[in-house]
Ligand binder design. Sequence first.
Ligand code: ARG
Length: 454
Amino acid sequence: MWGGRFSASPSALMEAINASIGFDRRMARQDIEGSLAHSDMLAVQGIITEADRDAIHDGLRRILEEIEAGTFPFRTELEDIHMNVENRLRELIGEAAGRLHTARSRNDQVALDVRLWVRDAHDRTEAQLGALLRALLQKAETHAATVMPGFTHLQSAQPVTFGHHMMAYVEMFGRDCARIRDSRARLNECPLGAAALAGTSFPVDRHRVANALGFDGPTRNSLDSVADRDSILEFLSTAAICAVHLSRLAEEIVIWMSAPFGFIRLPDRWTTGSSIMPQKRNPDAAELVRGKTGRVIGALVATATMMKGLALTYSKDMQEDKEQLFDAADTLEIALAAMTGMVEDLEPVPERMAALAGAGYATATDLADWLVRELGMPFRDAHHVTGRIVAEAERRGLGLEDLPLSIMQTVEPRITADVKAVLGVENSVRSRTSFGGTAPERVLEQVAWWRERL
Ligand code: ARG
């Protein structure tokens, strides 16, 4: 492609370190879309003839067919997808192919291709997040009143509902979805026309190309257009945050389906057996969703590190963006799909969760609140009294509800039989009616709010 200035071919090692066709072939469709729009604009502007444009379009469409059919002859010595396509175009249509690259550089071409690719990745991710949110909402609605232990420090804290717990993830994945929309809006500017870095002397119409490719408009600075990859970084950071969210839910699934917890059942299709222990059902899918998080965070770190310290504008370092992007997008895609399937299929075991919801004196706060409300005690004093009552119950190996009133009264004589009403887990949950609280009617309100937004 640049033989004019060179007298020797690259060494085999140079070819090996330089070639990106092994991975950037995944941008073939985007590359061809960009070339179709670019050549069309060149013809409209009178920079190439309509006959050449038609020949170029015809050739590009045949190439797309070859790529989709798997018959395209990818060649490593042609370095990357851009030169592979252009070279094939020359084989197919001859001389007119040489006019396609007028007013364009691979620098703005690759910036365009990768933006188109990452834009598609945004759209796929948003659709997948929508499916996950719907699955979570479904579970939340069904189990809005299913009591489970709520934890802090993984110690029983206060009873909550399974629906409320699902809705916590709705909030997290909802924010991931908002982040995706937000960065998609920011990336939707077309870099083509920046050429190598300075713009072009040809009378191009960048607005036309931007419009044809579904962008809101062209980028405003040619140097920035070829120099930055922050659209990738934004996708990767959202992907990394989302992967972290996924890994937490995955971890909970692992914990919940362990025998000592037994909070949920996960059907066989999401588990595997052990080659030695016949009784085992392992939550491998959840473990892998959790484990794959490292790859996504790694892609963000690798790409940010690669970009850091690069003087403007393009440097070949930036070719390293794609493998990270593709791997992170693939990883997130399978993790979101698997998680959505697991959420749809998991079956809570309400008896088990209710039994444990009251364990560990989880309604102690309700007792303290009762002392404040009914006896007018300052909360700090109520906290102390409750602590002593819990200690009495613990010494006798009893739950709070089973502790005789007379024992409670040895600690605080003003306590009456009415207190029993707040010590059960159902009552505890029903009483948490503050906005955003775990009371079933509050949970259902949030389900409705989210349904409307989806
Ligand atoms: N394969 C290159 C990349 O991914 C395309 C751009 C090459 N530009 C250049 N000036 N060598 O970044």
